[in-house]
Design a binder for this molecule. Sequence first.
Ligand SMILES: *Cc1c(COP(=O)(O)O)cnc(C)c1O
Length: 435
Amino acid sequence: MTQPFSKNSRPNSAKAYARAQPLMPGGVNSPARAFGAVGGEPLFIDRADGAYLWDVDGHRYVDYIGSWGPMILGHRFPPVVAALEEAISRGTSFGAPTEAESELAELIIECVPSVERVRLVNSGTEATMSAVRLARGFTGRDQVIKFAGNYHGHVDSLLVAAGSSAATLGQPNSPGVTAGAAKDTIVLPYNDPEALAAAVAEHGDRLAAVIFEPVCGNMGVVAPTDEFLTALRSETRRCGALLIADEVMTGFRLSLGGAQERLGVEPDLTTLGKIVGGGLPVGAYGGRSDVMAHVLPEGPVFQAGTLSGNPLATAAGTATLRALRDQPPYARLETLAGRLEFGLRSAAEAAGVPFTLKRVGSMLTLFFSKDAVTDWESASRCDTERFGRYFWAMLDRGVYLPCSQYEALFVSASHTEEDIDATIAAAEESLKSVA
Ligand SMILES: *Cc1c(COP(=O)(O)O)cnc(C)c1O
């Protein structure tokens, strides 16, 4: 094992942070990066390659954030770099249709079982915002059900009990979200089919959609029960609401067809992001043909974007999806992540730290709680202070974990067994140090 870095070994990150703070709120452009949940100052990154990140002080880290999901094939995956170089030689944005957009759309429709037609946007937030608007336009109803601890981007009406950075910051309802925007959102506990049935019985005729994470990553990894999945489909069908699977994180990660393929769920609409852009800003929403026909210009539901379907972004997305389809990494990801799971379990047991660990495919969370985590209520009982100390102990040993207890760690196809074993060795020391 390499020596832990000394406390003052990141002078360049400290300088970069001091520069950024007066310029941007918190010195960052997304709160998840600010290390608010673990204390201390964020690292500034210089470059990345494969499974590694280098900070501006020249330290190398094994990366388990993967840009919060997109980098399933590792950083600077050669086919993505080549596709970007080819696309850039022909121009970066036209504001007119390109064949590259159809190429990415064809791939999405081929891979994701329930998606018959699709619209490309620029982020996961845009995808969920647009899908909810479409569901309301299609059904002519106002209300939406979401689940506590599920995050669907920073859409006003969905920024209620929203998990991850929202949860970590203790601000489930952001100032600036009006009572009007939140009043048509009903928040229910995850994995509670009875609560869902009761809400549908009461609000069913006003319900436009139920939106959910089919495997949660934004309160740490939480898996749905079979009963919950069955209820989601049957209750929405019964009352005529649309079922929206938010696969921004799980799409192309838990299998080529996402969580819906892995779990056998049949949503009406699906939202995508992260991997679909291969590291560039892309989101997408799609699903039933008859529903998608309501989107402008075919239908009346407005949704537009100056840079939607951008040539660079579609090139990176297409190269990524093609690689995932033609050389599926999923069996290897399962093996690598299983090896990591086993090592972390043994390390936590040896250290005597109370924990529960959940892994689905290449997504994993080590919760500092002795009880099973099945919903936001059980997740919120974790020892986040201990997580903060563990995070820094790992970072000092060259392992870059998500900087919050309530996030999923991602294994990529570029990780090697040696990377995993080095991570386990770091965890053995780190968990002992926080016991
Ligand atoms: C990341 C995420 C979003 C938001 O996507 P952005 O690209 O950050 O706007 C929405 N839903 C889920 C499930 C996510 O994990």
